[in-house]
Design a protein around this ligand. Structure first.
Ligand SMILES: Nc1nc2c(ncn2[C@@H]2O[C@H](COP(=O)(O)OP(=O)(O)OP(=O)(O)O)[C@@H](O)[C@H]2O)c(=O)[nH]1
Ligand SMILES: [Mg+2]
Length: 306
């Protein structure tokens, strides 16, 4: 199964609304009119495209008026173009330009940070990179254990602090050890925090500064992990994180479990931060570099008959 088919299968919940919904609209050879376009806009809303839904519907109405969009295939193609243009072309697989590259990972409780870090580590190990993980979530002992089990299995290094250690000191040690051991990439896991917890948000800023003290220019990347099942709610959370740290990329986890994958469009539009990877399941290999064409195709292309 290629990347496209795999993503299509994982996005089945959103596809059922969107792609299958479009098929339904045109059933019985129905012609395009205002009513059909209205129903199409509703499908887009249901998939959590937010304000982008109306923009797509308006563009389709205009194109229909000009005679450029005549039937189902045209609708899908025009939607595809409009939606692709809404997504950031940056993003996708990280190329490790710095040695070591330090990635700080943050997000609200349970968004998928630790799992995504294990998956990232797995991915970099498969590229034969030296990986060091920093377990800066000292709040939950299980988080460090979760990382350690994975690290042992895959030949990554890990730096842990004692119970209730200062997360910033663990981050400092992790970067220090990474430099000493010639790591290619250092990934720092942090405790989940709510965007409303001001002191915890400040702690994140401190982590960023301490890392820069040990290695000027680091962290090179700050990634926010978003739970796709939160849909539009993720946007407000994301805004608070971008106020506290210099978020440079997004990981959208749990894309497999939601009918609202369309939220990615609003998130991109509102935040202007590229999506690096998407998580499509709990297993270690279920992390895909984000590609906007593949993503949009997976959402709106017609069901292929195999
Ligand atoms: N289906 C699915 N589940 C996922 C994905 N990513 C993470 N999970 C699950 O989401 C739950 C939370 O994942 P964690 O990685 O522990 O989340 P976290 O952000 O580290 O959580 P805290 O450290 O407690 O804030 C776990 O049950 C994971 O297996 C994904 O892409 N798809
Ligand atoms: Mg965690």
């Amino acid at each position: 199964m290629g990347l496209f088919d795999r993503l299509k299968a994982k996005l089945s919940k959103t596809r059922e609304t969107l792609s299958d919904g479009i098929t339904g609209l045109f059933r019985g050879g129905r012609a395009i009119d205002a009513a059909l376009l209205g129903e199409l806009e509703e499908l887009l809303y249901t998939s959590d495209l937010g304000p982008v839904a109306a923009e797509v519907a308006q563009e389709l109405a205009r194109a229909h008026k000009r005679g450029e969009v005549k039937g189902e295939d045209d609708v899908r193609e025009r939607m595809r173009q409009v939606l692709v243009a809404r997504l950031d072309e940056r993003g996708g697989e990280l190329v490790l330009h710095e040695h070591p590259t330090v990635i700080l990972v943050c997000g609200v409780n349970g968004s998928g940070k630790t799992t995504s870090i294990a998956k990232l580590g797995h991915r970099f190990r498969q590229q034969n990179k030296r990986v060091l993980l920093g377990a800066c979530d000292t709040f939950r002992a299980a988080a460090a254990e979760q990382l350690e089990i994975w690290a042992k299995r895959n030949g990554a290094d890990i730096v842990r602090g004692g119970p209730q250690a200062d997360p910033a000191s663990v981050a400092f040690d992790a970067v220090d050890q990474g430099l000493a051991r010639d790591a290619d990439v250092i990934i720092l896991d942090t405790a989940g925090r709510l965007h409303t917890q001001k002191n915890l948000m400040q702690e994140l800023g401190k982590l960023e500064r301490v890392v820069a003290k040990r290695l000027p220019g680091a962290p090179h990347e700050v990634w926010l992990v978003i739970d796709a099942t939160n849909g539009q709610n993720a946007i407000r959370q994301a805004r608070e994180f971008t106020a506290a740290v210099k978020v440079s990329g997004l990981i959208v986890a749990k894309l497999d479990g939601t009918a609202r994958a369309g939220a990615i469009f609003t998130i991109q539009q509102e935040l202007g931060i590229p999506v690096r990877y998407v998580g499509t399941g709990e297993a270690l290999e279920l992390l895909e570099p984000f590609d906007r064409e593949t993503f949009v195709d997976a959402l709106v292309s017609a069901q292929l008959t195999h």
